[in-house]
Design a protein around this ligand. Structure first.
Ligand code: BGC
Length: 821
């Protein structure tokens, strides 16, 4: 709870900053008195309620409030008991139900997406849907379908892909799964919320064709799948905040797509009352800054017609009615089925496991062999990323234990220290309990002394503390505070792994170079009502060298090495580099030099640069694999299942070769504005257009077997294209193939077009020697481009090339087909 409260206050503070920014930049505000679109009545029950609701009651339905019986979920909207309208509880999020109670921590959505399997996305949705209802929730703040546009974006793990077709298929299936369990889904964040840096103020300048071909298809697919709600994004789009952007909220969402549900803000993303309501926003979350008293006043003094209030109420009640929340016909809340949740979590983690490299038959590992397991996330399971995708898991096992149950001899070495080592007591004068200083409830505690270091060295000080971040002890070294409160998000979104010690204490770090000798140290602690426990630990160049040396020794004596590397991402923060954080690159270099049969398992959010790649035996991309991650990882390592995943995003070679590299206007923006000047060339479309080789292309992922593709046939149908071909397992074991169909440009269109786009895909499991004929339908929409002059799609006629491949670069078959009108 305290986390929820503090995140809210942080966001509120930022809301203030943003209001100033808006006034300064101005924006293309919709006219305050734009006509309300005539809405079809929502049925007699809803219309009857609207007739009976007072203005205060209507307004109470249009904004969040404090939940008198909260389970720690993100939001709450009170009901109107006198009319039988129940309250709504709204919970995150994309990787499972985020409340204070335990829930199934599913693998990150990017891992789900890697399975290229909409039916699995449906089952993932069913788990969250059932659990959400079981845990007292009515609305799920998920799925997120913003496209992966920049490899630095902090939420790339929370969403699906850089490809709109793949994202569309998955979002639709997941929503069907969620809502099939009677939980209302909320597709988010509408729209162009493709980065975290300045997410609450950045003005995204994007042209119509790019918007409609790249970011919007996922949202449209969610609408078509019947999502009950849409969450507006924080950022601006072409000068106007998304949550008061009439083009997005009315022209596209309502008039073009026919959406009949309601639009809520992201948390503290509202910026106005009348402009937002008339532009098409229906609900402000999580409070009523703009849609509370301010709205009532606006209605009363004629600033906005009450029919706009009715329109928003109608949209909310219509969804509640559709879900049986108004007449009590919604099925009773089910019990949680933790075992079923765990089974799906395991299946998804195995299905999405993406084997990027496998040389010299490094994988699968042989049972009973000797293995060195190295890396902090080898023993401490890395379950989920930070922010609203963080879930309190039912349980999470250690990958080390999962490997031990399969290997003969296992040695573990930390390799990279996340939480620090005890600083020798003799270094402090006077001594204090640096490994566990207790401060009684309400008491103050202070220390004034020195820290003496034997040599000049790089130090990382690590503070572990039990209080909320705002009440952590102040530690001053040579007069400088080591762990000051970070500005804005830095404090409140700090990752799913590194910000919490294994025993649950919060963690903050500071790295600096210390000169040999004595340094003054002052600590000021003030305990809250439940007291305070803290530790002050250190990582030095010397302890790092010892950790690496221990890892090297373990690698030398084992037949195989499994090295777990991490990168901890969270909402609210972007990465500044694609390199692994800390000293992990050096660790990998040292370990692979000691034993080339090293498999690097990546528990990372998104793409990583891998200057060390060529020295490894294998690389297995597991992202944040959820609570069953250990079992899934071990199962793949030991070949109990085929690594079934494929990359849903291109992995760049380095920080200088990707679509937004070295172009600050493109990313992260300059003076508050960002231009999507790559246009439609997002992800693999950009690599193809520029002729730049990625480190690993979109769609890439190895199997433990091999596949051959032949007999391609492509023909025109009324709905688009029908592409069929044979896939044969040419290896000696059962494996998963994910053939992908790509379509080339139309010679007849005078619009910018990608070299090729994904037209369809199939995931199939084939036994050794088995052959199967696969048919993939390519929809007419995929053969079309968005024409900004006509504000509509136009079919790309003429001779089009069709490829079938194992990735966007591994194209095995090619044909062409005439696309007539
Ligand atoms: C996030 C949303 C989330 C909301 C509620 C915001 O910070 O952007 O995705 O649903 O918080 O927790």
């Amino acid at each position: 709870m305290s986390d929820t409260v503090s995140r809210r206050s942080a966001l509120r503070l930022m809301g203030g900053a943003i209001a100033v920014a808006t006034a300064a930049t101005g924006g293309l505000m919709p006219p305050a008195h734009a006509e309300a679109r005539p809405e079809a009545g929502a049925g007699p029950r809803v219309e009857g309620l609207i007739a009976k609701l007072t203005l205060d009651e209507k307004i109470s339905l249009l904004h969040g409030a404090t939940d008198p019986a909260s389970l720690g979920q993100a939001g709450y909207v009170p009901g109107v008991p006198r009319l039988g309208i129940p309250p709504l509880r709204l919970t995150d999020g994309p990787a499972g139900v985020r409340v204070t109670a335990h829930a199934t921590a599913l693998p990150a959505p990017v891992l789900l997406a890697s399975a290229f399997d909409p039916s699995l996305a449906r089952r993932y949705g069913q788990v969250v849907g059932r659990e959400g209802r079981a845990l007292g929730q009515d609305v799920l703040l998920s799925p997120m379908v913003n496209l992966i546009r920049t490899p630095y974006a902090g939420r790339n793990f929370e969403t699906f892909s850089e490809d709109p077709l793949l994202a569309s298929r998955l979002v639709a299936a997941e929503i069907e799964g969620i809502q099939g369990e009677h939980l209302i889904a909320t597709v988010k964040h509408y729209a162009m919320n493709n980065q975290e840096q300045n997410r609450m103020s950045i003005d995204v300048r994007v042209d119509e064709q790019t918007m409609h071909e790249i970011e919007l298809p996922g949202f449209e697919a969610a609408i078509d799948a019947g999502t009950g709600a849409v969450m507006g994004a924080y950022n601006k789009v072409n000068g106007t905040f998304a949550c008061e952007n009439k083009t997005l909220l009315t022209d596209i969402l309502r008039d073009r797509w026919g959406f009949e549900g309601w639009v809520m803000t992201d948390w503290f993303a509202a910026h106005s009352t009348v402009a937002a309501l008339t532009a098409g926003l229906d609900m402000e979350m999580p409070d009523g800054t703009y849609f509370g008293t301010a709205l009532k006043t606006a209605v009363q003094n004629g600033g906005v017609a009450e029919r706009y209030v009715d329109r928003a109420v109608r949209r909310i009640l219509a969804v509640m009615d559709r879900f049986g929340l108004l007449d009590g016909s919604i099925p009773p809340r089910p019990a949680r089925d933790a075992a079923a949740g765990a089974a799906v979590a395991l299946e998804v983690a195995k299905a999405g496991a993406t084997l990027l490299r496998n040389e010299h038959r490094t994988l699968p590992l042989a049972r009973g062999g000797s293995v060195a397991v190295i890396g902090p996330t080898g023993s401490l399971p890395f379950v989920s990323g930070g922010g609203s995708a963080h879930v309190v898991p039912d349980h999470a096992d250690s990958p080390l234990d999962a490997i031990k149950s399969r290997a003969g001899k296992v040695t573990y070495a930390l390799g990279e220290d996340l939480f620090g080592k005890a600083i020798p007591a003799s270094a402090f004068s006077p001594a204090f309990a640096s490994e566990g200083q207790q401060v009684g409830a309400g008491k103050a505690w202070s220390y004034d002394g020195t820290l003496t270091v034997p040599d000049a060295d790089e130090w990382t000080f690590v503070l572990h503390f039990s209080s909320p971040p705002t009440a952590r002890p102040k530690v001053l070294l040579d007069g400088t505070e080591l762990f000051p409160q970070a500005a804005g998000y830095g404090e409140y979104f700090s990752g799913g792994l590194v910000s919490t010690a294994p025993d649950g204490l919060s963690v903050r770090r500071k790295t600096l170079t210390l000169a040999k000798g004595t340094h003054t140290l002052a600590i000021r602690a003030q305990a809250g009502a439940s007291g305070l426990l803290f530790r002050l630990r250190g990582i030095t160049g010397a302890t790092r060298a010892q950790d690496v040396a221990e890892a090297v020794r373990a690698a030398q004596v084992a037949r195989d090495v499994v090295l777990f590397a991490y990168e901890d991402a969270t909402e609210g923060l972007d990465r500044s580099t694609l390199a692994l954080p800390g000293h992990q690159e050096r660790l990998i270099e040292a370990v692979t030099a000691a034993n080339p049969r090293t498999t690097v398992v990546l528990n990372t959010s998104s793409s990583t640069s891998m200057p060390w790649l060529g020295r490894t035996g294998a690389v297995l991309q597991m992202y944040y694999p959820g609570q069953e991650g250990a079992a899934a990882t071990a199962a793949v390592l030991y070949g109990e299942c085929d690594p079934g995943g494929r990359l849903t995003q291109s992995f760049p070679v380095d920080d200088h070769h990707h679509p937004v590299a070295d172009n600050p206007l493109r990313y992260p923006g300059v003076d508050g504005t960002e231009e999507y000047s790559e246009g439609i060339h997002v992800g693999y479309r950009w690599y193809d257009a520029q002729g730049v080789r990625p480190l690993f292309p979109f769609g890439h992922g190895l199997s433990y077997t091999t596949f051959a593709y032949d007999h391609l046939r492509a023909c025109r149908t009324r709905r688009g294209l029908e592409v069929s071909f044979d896939v044969r397992n040419t290896g000696r074991r059962t494996g998963v193939a994910v053939p992908q169909v790509y379509v080339g440009r139309s010679p007849d269109l005078r619009l910018d077009q990608a070299v090729r786009v994904l037209g369809g895909f199939e995931r199939l499991t084939l036994r050794a020697g088995e052959r199967r004929r696969v048919t993939v339908e390519v929809a007419a929409r995929t053969l079309s481009s968005w024409d900004p002059k006509r504000h509509d799609r136009v079919l790309g006629t003429g001779r089009r090339t069709v490829w079938v491949g194992a990735s966007s670069h591994d194209l095995r078959l090619r044909a062409s087909v005439e696309v007539g009108k």
